[in-house]
Design a protein around this ligand. Structure first.
Ligand SMILES: [Zn+2]
Length: 374
């Protein structure tokens, strides 16, 4: 368990976090190769001449996660993975999720759900509350498999999304991965949707990447009214990073503003300063720098500090975006706490005020936006 040093005035050890965008931990153990692959966002095989432990996230795991498994800080990767195997996946998941100090996990279930714990299992293993966030594209892809015709697509999608998200607290789109954030901001008209659905269904593709259908399902989500998360910026190589600058969403955000639907920009790196501008400008826009915190390790304080330049503190949230190894669920929380302590100490603000601001960002903003029970 992370305990801060005595050097600083602000102590976030006991602040219970809301991880507002996360995926389940892996249900099964991981081989050395599997683990190395899981601590990089690259989907390419790790070359034999390098190790992903030689990276910010790799060093952070050795520094902060080794003690949770009963090892000395900076244990060698081979010893670390041997200890992990000895404990087994269930115990590893239990230790890291309980040590993270998170009271609410908002679990997105739209990608490789069969390999990961589902929200009920996350709640059980962590002792925290867990809620589901539904991925818009996954609902459309399930609908295509279940059999739908082009003319019926729009109404069947609306019904399927409402049904699928009956118990969810939010929705998420990965349009940044599919056609980019530079989509036409207006909702498509019915004829356009039917024509696009006809083309997509005839193509036999299981992946929804048609820009008209992407716009349609995003507007269907706006109709439903749940908080809507957008993947923005850093992710795996499937993303076209130059088309995932959140400023490309500006016109869309203006169109959504009167609807009162909160829009949450996830990750955002390296566009977190652009996201800060949008959060500053629009009352319904929020963002986080999850994922980047884990992957920037010792440089995370700088990234988080940049995310707090323009944005009002009521508009920034905490997330880990952990997926797979439970180390990432824990590490997100440890690195965020350490970073925020350093940043807030540097402000010279009274400790009680600094703690209040950290509590907004780490917890209260998410409780309010998603309407969660304390
Ligand atoms: Zn994610």
């Amino acid at each position: 368990m992370y305990r801060r040093g005595k050097l600083f005035g602000v102590d976030l050890t006991d602040l219970r976090l809301v991880d507002h965008h996360v995926h389940g931990p892996a249900g099964a153990g991981l081989s050395r190769a599997g683990f190395e692959q899981a601590i990089t966002e690259s989907d390419r095989p790790v070359p034999g001449w390098m190790s992903t432990f030689d990276s910010q996230v790799g060093f952070a795991i050795r520094r902060w996660c080794a003690p949770v498994l009963g090892l000395e800080p900076f244990a060698a990767p081979g010893d670390y993975l041997a200890r992990r195997r000895e404990l087994g996946a269930a115990e590893v998941n239990r230790r890291f999720l309980r040590a993270a100090g998170v009271s609410h996990y908002l679990v997105e279930t739209g990608w490789s759900a069969d390999q990961l714990l589902d929200p009920a299992e996350v709640a059980e293993v962590s002792g925290a509350r867990a809620y589901e966030v539904v991925r818009l594209e996954a609902v459309a892809e399930e609908l295509a498999v279940s059999g739908v015709d082009a003319a019926g697509f729009a109404s069947r999608y609306a019904t399927a999304l409402a049904e699928r998200s009956r118990h969810a607290v939010g929705l998420k789109t990965v349009v940044a991965y599919r056609s980019g954030l530079d989509f036409d901001p207006r909702p498509p008209v019915a004829d356009e949707v039917a024509a696009a659905a006809g083309r997509w269904l005839a193509s036999g593709s299981s992946r929804l990447d048609d820009p008209v259908l992407s716009r349609h399902i995003i507007w269907a989500a706006v109709e439903l009214g749940l908080p809507l998360q957008f993947h923005v910026g850093f992710g795996d190589p499937d993303v076209r990073l130059h088309r995932s600058d959140p400023l490309l969403l500006t016109d869309f955000l203006e169109l959504v503003e009167p609807r009162g639907v909160p829009v949450l920009l996830l990750h955002c790196y390296p566009y977190h300063r652009q996201a800060g501008f949008l959060a500053h400008s629009f009352p319904h826009v929020y963002f986080d720098v999850g994922l980047a915190v884990n992957y920037t390790g010792t440089q995370a304080p700088q990234v988080i500090a940049e995310s707090l330049e323009l944005a009002p503190f009521a508009k920034v949230l905490y997330s880990s975006d952990a997926w797979g190894p439970a180390e990432l669920h824990y590490l997100g929380a440890v690195l965020w706490r350490r970073s925020m302590e350093r940043i807030l100490d540097g402000t010279g603000w009274p400790a009680a005020e600094a703690l209040r601001i950290a509590t907004l960002i780490g917890r209260d903003n998410a409780l309010r936006v998603y309407g969660l029970d304390r």
